[in-house]
Ligand binder design. Structure first.
Ligand code: HEM
Length: 159
């Protein structure tokens, strides 16, 4: 092969990568959606979680706490598929100390989750004691509530 064939292609002016310039080395980049909060964070509304309330801490709590405690029920309570929750019952649980919501027909005890919510306490409390499906889907239909709150399910919602 002739050495002239090994020359790099000649192209236009050199472009810096998006992470270059003044923000070089910053991760996540200042305008990244991965930032908890920043003046440049655009439409995202994530809050800074208190120490001990990261998603990993939530996972650990789920591994270590007995399920009935996360459900917030007596240990003798039947599995969720046998527990029917009416609208009147749901309404009674709307405080931060005792908070239920319904997502896609399932009623969850979100009391232990409130401080772990990346969108903040005030936001998640908007679904306290009522069907939160529409609000939930408005903000993050991609979030898997069934999985995240699987140990917190109290019962099935009946209208
Ligand atoms: C049981 C119910 C809920 C669960 C399990 C939940 C879970 C989550 C999760 C996992 C995130 C992080 C999403 C991400 O990283 O992309 C998040 C963010 C957020 N949530 Fe929720 N959420 C719930 C209810 C609500 C409700 C009722 C509201 C509004 C009234 C809300 C508003 C938000 C907002 C504004 C964010 C920040 C979105 C962003 O800008 O990144 N959430 N939530």
């Amino acid at each position: 092969m002739k050495s002239s064939n090994l020359k790099p292609p000649v192209s236009g002016p050199i472009r810096t990568p998006p992470s270059g310039g003044a923000n070089r080395g910053l991760f996540p980049a200042p305008n990244s959606a991965q930032r908890a909060s920043s003046s440049l964070s655009g439409p995202r509304h994530k809050v800074a979680l208190k120490p001990g309330y990261s998603p990993l801490d939530w996972a650990q709590l789920n591994r270590t706490q007995p399920k009935y405690k996360l459900r917030g029920v007596d240990p003798t309570t039947p599995p969720a598929q046998f527990v029917k929750i009416t609208k009147e019952e749901l309404k009674k649980h709307k405080s931060e100390q005792d908070c239920w919501t319904c997502i896609n027909g399932k009623v969850f005890n979100i009391t232990p989750y409130i401080n772990f919510h990346p969108g903040g306490v005030d936001e998640i409390m908007k679904c306290a004691g009522r069907d939160g499906t529409a609000l939930f889907n408005k903000y993050h239909s991609w979030v898997n509530a069934d999985r995240m709150l699987e140990n917190c399910i109290v019962g099935i919602y009946v209208h």
